[in-house]
Design a protein around this ligand. Sequence first.
Ligand code: PLP
Length: 397
Amino acid sequence: SHRFSVIQTAPPDAILGLTEAFNADPNPDKMNLSVGVYKDENGQTPILKSVKAAEQKILDSEATKGYLSIDGLPEYRADVRNLVFGETLAADRVAVLQTPGGTGALRVAADFMRTQLPKARIWMPNPTWANHPAIFAAAGLSSETYRYLGDDRTSLDLDGMLAALNDNAKPGDAILLHGCCHNPTGIDPTAEDWKQIASVIAEKNLLPLIDFAYQGFGDGIEQDAVGLRTVLEHVDEAIVCTSFSKNFGLYSERVGAVSLVAADVEQCTAALSQLKRVVRTNYSNPPRHGGAIVATILADEQLTRLWKEELETMRLRITRLREQFVETMKSTGSGHDFSFLLRQKGMFSYSGLSPMQVDELKSKHGIYIVGSGRINVAGMSETKMNSFCEAVASVMS
Ligand code: PLP
């Protein structure tokens, strides 16, 4: 018999499966609020103008397709350091490696922890991005969850979170935090909350692993780094996983970075050498193009200004959609108050819709939402807001 005949089909990715169903749906008014990609008013995810201009520059000037070094483009790595840490850290305490997307960064970090910090368990918020537990499991890390979402499903249970860490985390464990724009809930700690979280991390001697995939989508580029920088005022070791998929719209180019903060330059150098070993045995060295785009934009004052404007346009569109949704839901007279969406940040929110209501939105209205009730706010449309809210009100009645 054939050796592959015993292989079982893996379950499809829940969210990507929904997009396949969406694409096959003939309903002309269909809306996809499932996948985590920014959309403009026309439901498109266009290439940023700053990115196009940078690509043109690269096309004209690129002289070689020779390999990058294991840790990627030097100017890109400096850019990541500036965006994430600003002026807060001595450069020689931070090792930055360019990675294939934020997912690549998380996997490199996980492999590094598995081999170099073999006793560390990783504490994840409940809920978290579905790929987090999958990546850590694939790397062989053991993971645990800490309380994050309050019973109302619309706010952070800070006391529950801190108690879980205080009672159960062991010194030396790692803690996964979303730097901003928590996926899937949109619920972020306040600046005051971050101070308390940072204190517990310091007291318990936990290693922060900060997933930073939405910088600039919450309150702004610098504002969104406040939590991460607060943590780094309390501890001198951390790992940050950056993604530029969303804030540069570079999804398919796979642009990210893992940044390791060490107590001093010697420890930083040793850790970097181990991170490089992880990369070498995985994908050897990162792809150039996406990193070159980011570096080209950030080396050019005009392109940087343009990129910041484009990012701000995306951020403000999401904020406007949140406000419009809350107002329009009020006017349906359904009696459901969605004002909690105004306090949430980034592309996602937990809507509170049940799996059955989510199903009905799909079958009756062609509106696609993840089973947990997580909505991609950027998938809403100003012109279709009334019909969308009518549909939501009808399944909730
Ligand atoms: N982390 C979070 C929380 C995300 O939502 C995503 C993307 O959806 C990523 C990391 C990884 O992004 P990418 O690998 O596409 O850069």
